[in-house]
Design a protein around this ligand. Structure first.
Ligand code: NAG
Ligand code: NAG
Ligand code: NAG
Length: 439
């Protein structure tokens, strides 16, 4: 079965100013539009918020999640879905199940598909701070039979009709954690919008490191049974998110990022690039042609495999990984180009030793402009999309070399309205102040 985990992380904002920013209003074209708050792992609203941590510790943990998370995308791994401990999550969302509706605060996971929550009767549940969903009390709950078409598609490997009549799912994670239960359909409510017959996993048996604040894991990947794929066939093929920068201060910490379903007519200021169909379908692939740093245009290249030079779908767009990961050779070219642009500024070491190119922020008056060139879409980044403040004074390039898939991380995506059109198979970017977004 599929489902794994994810992570999100946004980041930080050098010289990021809030408070006096104008409200951005998104016009809705037609049909249903509904909005769900995405609560950052490191915001005060999150049950994970640790008051005992300093900002640098919090950021360092977020960066570490980013490195761990990147492993999930290793293309030569057949077990990609089981590598990641579900502890990597960075966004949470409120979602309701059943009639009468039962609210669950769950992990929003871009790295997995089938949504699941803990259900009664628990054969073996992890300790949970909220109340547990009881399908027997819901008039809209329908368990799927193990011979149904949906079940055949979902549980290719673990459907066992000889031991049960219900469709079952089993999810296992790299650290030995697992979740087992029935596949069912239910009416859910997202941002006030009721959605009928959503396929999900009702889990009766869980083991491992699940946290007591998690109600479950809501898969937002590109596979058939992720929540977004189901909504795209039932209601609208378009969804977007607008991620606020990493919560560096109390003000940002009280705000939420937004996940928006529906056509929000991103308009003429948006640029768009094709989504490339590739396996595993859980991830969203685009084609990166190159990166401009200052006045130097650098071509995409992959030293480990010259044949892979600029192949279609060479980069995964992930809201769940904070850093942007580039093939080693391209990463080195970017680093060199930044250093050459900032010849008169001395580099310093990252105190946490996680990132490789750092400067004293005050010394960098004008960082070189960086533009991502996706197929058909040039996306200029701002300073806080490219650099992260790892301490009060030190900023580091928020990119890292990767011997495998390239990843366009969520720091680079912050303060863009990022739109997915699953009908037209395209991805759009529109510069937007996500802290003042009104939909
Ligand atoms: C989730 O919903 C509950 C119940 O309505 C509410 O108390 C809580 O504030 C919500 N959480 C967030 C972080 O939006
Ligand atoms: C299916 O269930 C039967 C009865 O519980 C069990 O003996 C068998 O090992 C199961 N097969 C698989 C593939 O899990
Ligand atoms: C650095 O990049 C900027 C554009 O972002 C450019 O105007 C400037 O000439 C570059 N400086 C050097 C020394 O390359």
């Amino acid at each position: 079965m599929e489902v794994f985990s994810l992570a999100l992380g946004i980041t930080l904002a050098i010289l990021y100013t809030v408070g006096c920013s104008p409200v951005t209003t998104i016009g809705t074209a037609s049909g249903a539009t509904f909005v769900v708050d995405l609560i950052h792992h490191d915001s005060i609203q999150s049950p994970f918020y640790d008051y005992g941590m300093t900002f640098s510790q919090r950021l360092s943990r977020a960066l570490q999640r980013s490195f761990n998370n990147a492993k999930r995308f290793e293309s030569n791994s057949l077990t990609y879905q089981t590598q990641i401990i579900p502890d990597q999550a960075e966004f949470l969302m409120n979602i309701s199940f059943g009639n009468p509706s039962h609210q669950v605060l769950a992990i929003a996971d871009t790295g997995s598909d089938l949504p699941w929550i803990q259900c009664k009767p628990c054969i073996q549940c992890y300790k949970h701070t909220g109340s547990i969903f009881n399908p027997k009390l819901s008039s809209t709950y329908k368990a799927l039979g193990c011979k149904s078409e949906t079940c055949k598609t979902i549980s290719l490997f673990d459907n066992n009709c000889s031991s049960t009549k219900n469709c079952q799912f089993t999810l296992s994670y790299g650290d030995g954690s697992y979740s087992v239960g029935d596949v069912a359909t239910e009416t859910i409510k997202l941002g006030g919008q009721p959605l009928q017959d959503i396929v999900f996993g009702c889990s009766f048996r869980n083991g491992g490191v699940f946290r007591e604040t998690w109600g479950g894991i809501i898969g937002l990947g590109g596979g058939d049974f992720s929540l977004v794929s189901q909504i795209s066939t039932l209601v609208t093929p378009e969804f977007s998110y607008c991620l606020i920068p990493f919560p560096t201060d109390d003000h940002l910490s009280k705000l939420s990022s937004k996940l928006i379903f529906g056509d929000i007519s991103s308009g003429s200021q948006a640029v768009s690039t094709p989504l490339v169909p590739k396996w595993p379908r859980t991830f969203y692939y685009v084609t990166l042609e190159g990166i401009t740093v200052g006045d130097r245009r650098l071509k995409y290249s992959d030293s480990t495999n010259p044949l892979k030079r600029m192949h279609k779908g060479n980069m995964i767009v992930d809201s769940g990984t904070m850093l942007t990961m580039l093939p080693t050779k391209l990463y080195e070219k970017v680093e060199t180009a930044i250093k050459e642009n900032l010849t008169d500024v001395r580099t310093v070491k990252d105190p946490q030793k996680q990132l490789s190119l750092c400067y004293r922020a005050k010394r960098v008056k004008h960082a070189p402009e960086i533009t991502m060139h996706f197929e058909g879409a040039d996306v200029p980044l701002l300073r806080y999309n490219v650099f992260v403040m790892v301490s009060k004074r030190i900023m580091c390039l928020a990119m890292a070399p990767s011997s495998d898939n390239a990843i366009f991380g969520n720091l680079a995506q912050s303060n863009f309205l990022v739109g997915y059109d699953l009908g037209k198979r395209s991805l759009s970017f529109r510069r937007t102040d996500c802290t003042g977004l009104k939909v």
